[in-house]
Ligand binder design. Structure first.
Ligand SMILES: [Zn+2]
Length: 459
């Protein structure tokens, strides 16, 4: 296996990470296992995706992954949707070919990182304090590495996955997957032929509920609606009495949506989650409010709170060009996340809240998803976790954001968020998605690889 710009997968002694400031414990010569080595190598490819068509691209990381797949005697398919924007997929023949296929996918791009805010170089793949640091350590080069190492472990042992797999390393997820998952689903749907289910990111990690380690399996995603508000008024000198001021009117609408307390809107997923939390806490579900229950879900509380109701967050403002000129228009962008299927109703409510004189332009939408927290795959996942972390409950949850599973759902593929990681209580893992000092414990990576290996070999 060659090509990785700075090394290829395999167990190596890591001597390359020497942070400027001396850490509490130095891991200069930590023996990295295969999963950590691959994750570190992938972090070292700066695949920053800035959005709006600007990106470093995934080509180098994709070539590294393709080489790793070839080394397992697989035949990777490489798709370049635009120059430098590369996705890699491979089919793996399963032991029972009569079973429908499973897509196991991750994305190769990452959100940008400003090194000034980080304790380490975000693209150096630093190992310190028993953890791998860097952009993508959490979202989601960790899972990319777990996918490769678990699959490698199965195939090198002369075994097969239990069913056909489509293993995908996709481009452009951080900008909505237009040049990755959506490109593949639209232009090359045949690569997913025969697959009915998928597993990927933002689920499978552990949180502590009342001191008890529990795993969150992501079984749904909220819908998103990105709107632009526009107000119009009278332009004029900044010293005049101007009643129809576009900026004032826009500010009123923005404040209304930003402060709106949307009511709790439970789905099957969040209903099941809350009843399970109540059971663990041993409290009466009828007597305890959802928000109160969520307070006990540890570091996942932020993610979960956002899944219980619609949110309408203003994110950008544009108006005016000089301090003493009242402009005739003003614009704001608002990020709306609502329950699957509630898009029309929420837009009507937004319209009623801000009034008819504010123009609303829909800039981008994406569907919501909800898959059942039952059935053979869910049973296989919970059974596998039970073998590797006995007694730890597995709970469903609804993601307030989105993943490439939205695109795959257009082909009828039911997607779950399952990138298994066993984490200690002090670790605020959810906060590190797109955050600074992204890092993942080395032992969590090897745990994840073992769980994934077990799942793929048996499901
Ligand atoms: Zn991600």
């Amino acid at each position: 296996m060659t090509t990785g710009r700075r090394g290829a997968p395999g167990s190596v002694v890591d001597m390359t990470t020497t942070p400027e400031s001396e850490p509490a414990t130095t891991d200069r010569e930590v023996e990295l296992d295969e999963t950590a080595t691959i994750a570190r190598d992938l972090i070292r490819f700066d695949t920053s995706n800035y959005g709006g068509g600007r990106s470093n691209g995934e080509a180098d990381a994709a070539e590294y992954v393709a080489e790793a797949l070839r080394a397992l005697d697989l035949e990777p398919l490489v798709f370049e949707s635009e120059p430098g924007r590369v996705s890699v997929l491979a089919r793996v023949e399963g032991a029972d070919r009569s079973k429908p296929g499973l897509v196991v996918h991750g994305h190769l791009d990452v959100v940008p990182a400003d090194p000034a805010n980080w304790s380490v170089d975000p693209f150096a793949g630093v190992v310190r304090d028993g953890m791998l640091w860097g952009r993508g350590a959490v979202d989601m080069k960790n899972m990319d590495a777990m996918m490769l190492s678990s699959l490698g472990d199965i195939l090198r042992a002369g075994e097969r996955p239990a069913r056909d797999l489509v293993v995908g390393f996709l481009a452009d997820e951080e900008a909505g997957g237009v040049l990755g998952s959506h490109f593949l689903v639209t232009e090359h749907p045949e690569v997913f032929e025969g697959a009915t289910e998928a597993i990927s990111e933002v689920g499978g990690y552990s949180t502590f509920i009342d001191g008890r380690r529990s795993y969150l399996l992501q079984t749904g995603e909220k819908a998103l609606i990105w709107i632009k508000l526009r107000t119009r008024g009278t332009a004029g000198h900044g010293s005049q009495m101007i009643v129809a001021n576009a900026v004032t009117r826009l500010a009123e609408a923005v404040a209304v949506l930003g402060r709106q307390q949307w009511p709790i809107a439970l789905t099957d997923t969040t209903t099941a989650l809350l009843s399970e939390v109540a059971r663990i806490l041993d409290v009466d579900l009828e007597q305890t409010s959802p928000d109160e229950l969520v307070l006990h879900t540890g570091t996942a509380a932020g993610f979960i709170r956002g899944s219980l109701r619609t949110t309408t967050n203003p994110t950008m403002l544009t108006a005016g060009y000089k301090h003493n000129v009242v402009p005739d228009t003003a614009e704001a962008l608002v990020d709306i996340r609502c329950m699957p299927g509630q898009e029309e109703a929420v837009l009507a409510e937004v319209r009623a809240l801000i009034g008819d004189d504010v123009e609303i332009e829909t800039m981008h939408t994406d569907i919501g998803l909800e898959t059942p927290f039952s059935g053979p795959l869910v049973e296989a996942i919970t059974g596998t976790l039970e073998r590797h972390d006995p007694g730890a409950p597995v709970l469903p949850y609804l993601l307030s954001g989105g993943t490439d599973n939205k695109a795959l759902s257009l082909l009828g593929i039911a997607g779950y968020g399952f990138a298994p990681l066993r984490l200690d209580e002090g670790m605020d893992f959810p906060a590190m998605f797109h955050g600074v000092d992204e890092r993942v414990p080395l032992d969590a990576l090897s745990f994840g690889s073992r769980v994934l290996r077990d799942l793929l070999a048996t499901y």
